[in-house]
Design a protein around this ligand. Sequence first.
Ligand code: GLN
Length: 552
Amino acid sequence: MKKRTKASVKKSPTKYIFVVGGVMSGVGKGITSSSIAMLLQARGHRVTALKIDPYINVDAGTMNPTEHGEVFVLKDGLETDQDMGNYERFLNIDLPAINYMTTGSVYKSVIEKERNLGYKGKNVEVVPDIPLEVIRRIKKAGKDFDVVLVEVGGTVGEYQNVLFLEAVRMMETEEPENVAVVMVGYLPVPGSIGEMKTKPTQTAVRMLNSAGVFADMIICRSPIGIDDKRKEKISKFCNVKVENVISAPDVNSIYDIPLNYEEEKLSTQLIELLNLPRKKTIDLKEWRLFVKRSKNENDKVKIAVVGKYFNSGDFVLSDVYISVLEAIKFSAYKLNLKPEISYLSSQEFENKKNLKKLKNFDGVLVPGGFGKTGIDGKLNVIEYVRKNKIPYFGICYGMQLAVLEFARNVAKIKKSSTEEIDPQAEHLVVGVMEDQREKIASKDMGGTMRLGSYPTVISAGSIATKAYRTNEISERHRHRYEVNPYYINQLETAGLNFTGKSPDGRLMEIVELPTDIHPFFVGVQFHPELQARPLSPHPLFTAFIKASYESN
Ligand code: GLN
């Protein structure tokens, strides 16, 4: 019998789905991309997702969250856009750094290659060398996958993403049978007319065509579902099959979206468009169960999230803490509870009179943050919940400030502070990490924090071990400061337990108060929210929500 070698097993080609946006931003391109990826994964294909952001910033780490939303840190430490978080949550997988690029990072690679004689004396040009670098990255990301979902940031028609559309055009020309383009358009229903209008989407499709790219499918975002008459109109004027015009009305929960798309037979259509092997039937059992649980009308659990970035003009920005908010929800749903999350601005608690408001909550969470603004408010909140035995979960800055509050008010280390806000203070109970000092001095600030996954060893009997059910964990980090080891003994003697440390014992990763003193007082130096997923809620969040519910 002929020996079956590796080479004789024909690998089917990787397929690429590009998602582009038309008409306007903010219509949910990220969720559409996540949903498409998830549906194809549920069909048994190996799927990965990639985001292209049109900014010059090399990564999202240097952007103010009020401009750009949350910075989502990948396992290997890249600081990315919140859409990467949506992909990880919908696909329930970790994504690597190659799956995120910005205009800045692409140019940086091309320029570095040129400096290293990588172009062998050739004249390096914006076209084709920039799109070629984009294509190189997309193909590298897709190496071990059947399908790569690529979300192209920005809106067609703007200058910023022209070179990315050029990459799409080049790939489509090179391997048309392996590329599909999905355009997410918006169909307004102006109040004065009361009728859904298709023209802006038609115009966007024409603009896409002028870049040499042709849509195979159009997702029709709108306040309401699109009717057959308008589906046909879009089909005729935009040159796509009527089955590939997909209705996408507004919904209450983003987790309904893949299920709605499936009703429109979206995954079947894409499988046909790309000639993908028709594997198995779709398996959405777990997802449906999660969505069902998310609609429970059971007991409420009331959680206050106290942050500094909530207020922006007349608007409340919850996007800045999106992973934290989602993590709370996943754990509450798992416990069959209905989460009621309030966003409270830390500044309002600078006035201690406002603290009694916190009595109305079952639990309080202080998420990550930077700088001076709102610090005194957060410290007041932490003191109040510690004294009043309200369950507390502090993340990153929320942990460092919990340590500072304890140092000042319990361990009585007067004139103590964190180096981040008062470097001259006599006792820096939170100090800058040794390897960060030089970076700060030379303003080497982009992508230089302690970033990505690191192991933590947790001590037996702690709240953390009970939650994780193991004593060695791996969590993602993003910080420059740490609890100053010099004060550990003093803080421990005063009653604060350091229950999680780096394997060499040098870095304090988890602090807790004993459960006979406080029902749940936990601070973590890392960002557990980055690993919370709808189908696998985070154990520490679950422990916090459970303690909150039980303590009311
Ligand atoms: N500002 C703090 C630090 O840099 C905390 C960072 C955070 O909360 N992500 O260490």
